[in-house]
Design a protein around this ligand. Structure first.
Ligand code: CTP
Ligand code: MN
Ligand code: MN
Length: 496
């Protein structure tokens, strides 16, 4: 027999803490075993910090053994620390969290082991990490920095095809799994060379790994290719590319046997709504990407309209362009005024002015349904309650540096562009800005993190602390990150 059984009367070897090393305080966190590295810290400080941690219910080991889960070091020279750790003959070193003292300090302040953030990692560890381990990457997109540079586009494109296909079939679980996996890979500063390199990464399940392995090995995935050539996928993809046609409508029409735009437009029993009619009318223009230069031009035009009404207002770009993207499917703006309660009237006036200027091709205006008494909202993916409008504007080529993006042979001198404007009251500004900056995956994870890790509810309007039973005020995005105990992530690092 390979493994001797531990019978009823047989006691396992007592663990160090039970053997009397842990003297003061009651143990509150059994899964965390700290070891403080004396190098650079010094003996007396180490002894002080050990007592502090034990008094707060942490287990602190005096000796570095395989029992340790968290190594805390004040040594910021990573190479030397790793060399020293590797020389200790530990089997479990790849599994240990090697943390900077800032993690320890934060945990003492909170009175519990805090979630790991990038600032808690010992810097510059990549080249000298022990074999088979990578620095811990958070499962939450809001604890990762994701720029527009994607080192794993082949993999993330594949995952996104599958996610979309599951979305068409209303299978939320697998859809989200592929979205999370894609988002995680987007945050990596390196291209995944082989499956083994991903073994310590979160968010990658069996299925995502199987797809990844095929692509890494053969450059293509059977499942993805099957999806791409699937007739239903292709039709739903085509139909939903029209402004005003969602997956439900697309599916209904597909089930009725419709396969092309001509089929839809020729079907007498189909009554297109105003949004869909506009969608078909400007299909070429609004399915073409909007450039940064076009976004800037639109910002100037709308800003001018705003100034003509009041000097006391501010227009800010949000959405993908705030995150530094070169192209977008629309341009998103936030409009606010210092005067309390005037934001709704202002947005209506701005729309009116654009109508007079002859640039308003389509406008879906949604009045405010905001009511602080109805918060916090527990439906996280729900629309916010601020006054807002979904527009299609006419953008003249001469207003754009380098002219508008146009199809070959198009010499109209203008194009249609999708624009969203949302107008929150001033005191809700930070929440609205954070919510509308995106990405969608970043927002989802912010909310999930708030709920799961902090017992807080976050949406586009407010942040509610369920433990304290109160709303937390914020003037800036930084205030919100701070309330959540998150490191601040810049807008251009939110391309999750
Ligand atoms: N958003 C929202 N409520 C809406 C519409 C959008 O809160 N009714 C948020 C989304 O969650 C997203 C952000 O606004 O985070 C921007 O949405 P969108 O324009 O769809 O996406 P972008 O990230 O800007 O991408 P793109 O460049 O393709 O426009
Ligand atoms: Mn956008
Ligand atoms: Mn938008």
């Amino acid at each position: 027999m390979l493994h001797a059984r531990v019978g009823p009367g047989v006691r396992k070897r007592p663990r160090p803490a039970e053997a009397g090393v842990q003297r003061q305080g009651e143990v509150k966190f059994r899964d965390v075993r700290l070891y403080l590295v004396e190098r650079k810290m010094g003996r007396s400080r180490r002894s002080f910090l050990t007592q502090l941690a034990r008094s707060k219910g942490f287990i602190v080991e005096d000796v570095l053994s395989d029992e340790v889960t968290h190594v805390v070091s004040e040594d910021n020279e990573a190479a030397g620390l790793w060399a020293w750790l590797k020389g200790r003959g530990l089997k479990e070193l790849p599994k240990m969290q090697v943390m900077d003292i800032s993690w320890f300090t934060d945990s003492m302040r909170e009175g519990k082991p805090v979630a790991m953030e990038t600032s808690h990692c010992i810097q510059d560890t990549l080249p000298t990490l022990p074999e088979g381990s990578t620095p811990t990457v958070s499962q939450y997109a809001c604890q990762r920095r994701t720029t527009t540079e994607n080192n794993n586009k082949i993999l993330t494109d594949a995952f996104e095809v599958l996610a979309e296909s599951y979305e068409f079939s209303e299978m939320e679980g697998p859809c989200l799994a592929f979205r999370r996996a894609a988002s995680l890979l987007k945050s990596l500063p390196w291209a995944v060379p082989c499956l083994e390199a991903t073994q310590d990464l979160p968010c990658l399940g069996e299925r995502t790994k199987a797809v990844m392995e095929e692509i890494l090995q053969y450059g293509r995935s059977f499942e993805v290719e099957k999806t791409l050539s699937d007739e239903r996928y292709q039709t739903l993809k085509l139909f939903t590319s029209v402004f005003g046609i969602g997956p439900k409508t697309a599916d209904r029409w597909h089930r009725r046997g419709l396969r092309s735009f001509t089929d839809i437009l020729a079907e007498p029993s189909i009554q297109l709504n105003r949004m869909q009619r506009t969608g078909f009318l400007h299909y070429g223009d609004i399915s073409r990407a909007v450039s940064k230069a076009e976004a800037r031009a639109l910002g100037n035009i709308i800003d001018e309209a705003v100034r003509a009404i009041t000097p006391d207002a501010a227009l800010a770009v949000t959405g993908g362009f705030r995150r530094g993207k070169e192209f977008g499917h629309d341009v998103d703006f936030l409009l606010t005024t210092q005067e309390r309660g005037k934001e709704e009237g202002l947005l209506v006036k701005v729309i009116d002015r654009m109508k007079q200027q002859g640039i308003l091709l389509y406008c879906d205006y949604q009045a405010s349904t905001f009511d602080m008494d109805k918060l916090p909202c527990h439906r996280f993916e729900a629309m916010d309650h601020f006054p807002k409008c979904f527009l299609i504007l006419r953008l003249e080529s001469r207003h754009v540096e380098g002219g508008v993006q146009r199809a070959e042979g198009d010499d109209r001198g203008w194009r249609a562009v999708r624009v969203d404007i949302v107008s929150p009251p001033m005191e809700r500004y930070a929440f609205a800005l954070l919510g509308w900056t995106g990405s969608r995956q970043f927002e989802r994870d912010l909310r999930r993190f708030a709920r799961m890790e902090r017992r807080m509810l976050l949406d586009n309007h407010a942040l509610y602390d369920k433990t304290k039973e109160e709303f937390l005020a914020a003037e800036t995005e930084k205030d919100i990150f701070a309330h959540l105990g998150l490191e601040y992530i810049e807008p251009w690092q939110r391309n999750a």
